[in-house]
Design a protein around this ligand. Sequence first.
Ligand code: KG4
Length: 339
Amino acid sequence: MSAIILGIESSCDDTSAAVIKDDVILSNVVANQDVHKAYGGVVPELASRAHQQNIIPVVEKAIKDAGVSRNDINAVAFTRGPGLMGSLLVGTSFAKGFALANNLPLIEVNHLHAHVMAHFIKENEHDTNQPSFPFLCLLVSGGNSQIIVVRDQLHMEIIGQTIDDAAGEAFDKCAKIIGLPYPGGPLIDKMAREGNAEAFKFNKPKIKDYNYSFSGLKTSVLYFLRDELKKNPEFIEENKADICASLQKTIIDILMDKVIKAAKDTGIKQVALAGGVSANSGLRDRLTQLAQEKGWKTFIPKFSYTTDNAAMIAINGYYKYLKQDFVGQEVAPFARTEF
Ligand code: KG4
C-alpha cells in the first residue's frame, strides 16, 4: 500500500515536520529553539510557547519542500509521548486539527520507538543499508538510555534502561561542572579529541542486568574536581581536554559494557545506535572497533535522524498506516507512560 504521511514532532525543544512517501523521505524540517541557551537547559514553558510559534511555518515548509500538496497526504503521524507535556500538547493538538480539517486518519507514535525507526528512513528507493530482524539498538539521548531488542518495525522490547540520569544528561551535567555551556555533550566530544582518555579514572557503577546508572558519575566528577581545584585553582583550565576525554571514555565504557553483555546473552550480532548521543565520535569509533572484534554488523543513522526530528515519526507512522493502526480525536499526549 502506498502512502504519503505527514509527521509531527514536538516532544522537547525541537519543532519538526516531515513528509514521507512510503519509506522514502521527501522533506524533514527542524526548528531549534535558541531561547533555552541562556538557562543551561530546556525550560518547558518557553519550549511550548516556541512550538506554538514554529509549528505552522515548519509544517508549511515541510509540505512545500516535499513537492506535494495537502490533498496528497494520506495520514498524520504525531509524537504522543514521552516528552514534556506542554510541548507534546502543541504537536498533538496541531496534528488533531490538521487531521480533522483535512479528513485524514491520525497515527500516534511513541517517540522512543521512532528513534529506533530512524534506521528505516530511506533517502531514495535504492537505499538498502538497513538492519534486519532481530537487532539490538542502543538508544542514547538527553532523556533516555535503553537497550532494545527490535523484533520488527512495530515490536520492540526494552531489556535495559537507566535507573536515573540518561547518557546525554551525564554528558550535559558533567559539562556544566567543567564550565561548558549547554548542551555540553557535543563540546565534550570536541575537546575529548585533543585529550588523553587514560589521564583520569572515574568510578563506573555496578548495576544489575542491562540497566544503567549515571548519577554517581556526575557526583564522582564533582568531588574529583572540587579536590583538585583546592590544590590548583587552574586545574580545569589546564586539563580540560584530558578531563573531557577521560569522562567520555567512562560514559562509553559504561554504555558498551552492557551492549556487549546483551549481544552475548541474546546471540544477536547486529547492533544499532539511536538518539542524540549517537552523534558522539568516541561512541561511533568504539562501535566500529567492536564490530571488528566481535563480528557485529553495526548501524548508525545519519546525524539529522539521530537528534529529534519528524522524519522518524513519519516512518513509524508509515508502518502503522500499513496496519491501519489509527487513533481517534480523543487521543491525549502521554508525558511519561509507555503506551
Ligand atoms: O535525542 P536528542 O536530540 O534529544 C533529547 O533527548 O533531548 O539528544 C540530545 C542529547 C543532549 O544531551 C546532547 O548533549 C547529546 O544528545 N549529544 C551529544 C553529542 N551530540 C548530542 N553527546 C555527546 N556527544 C555528542 N557529539
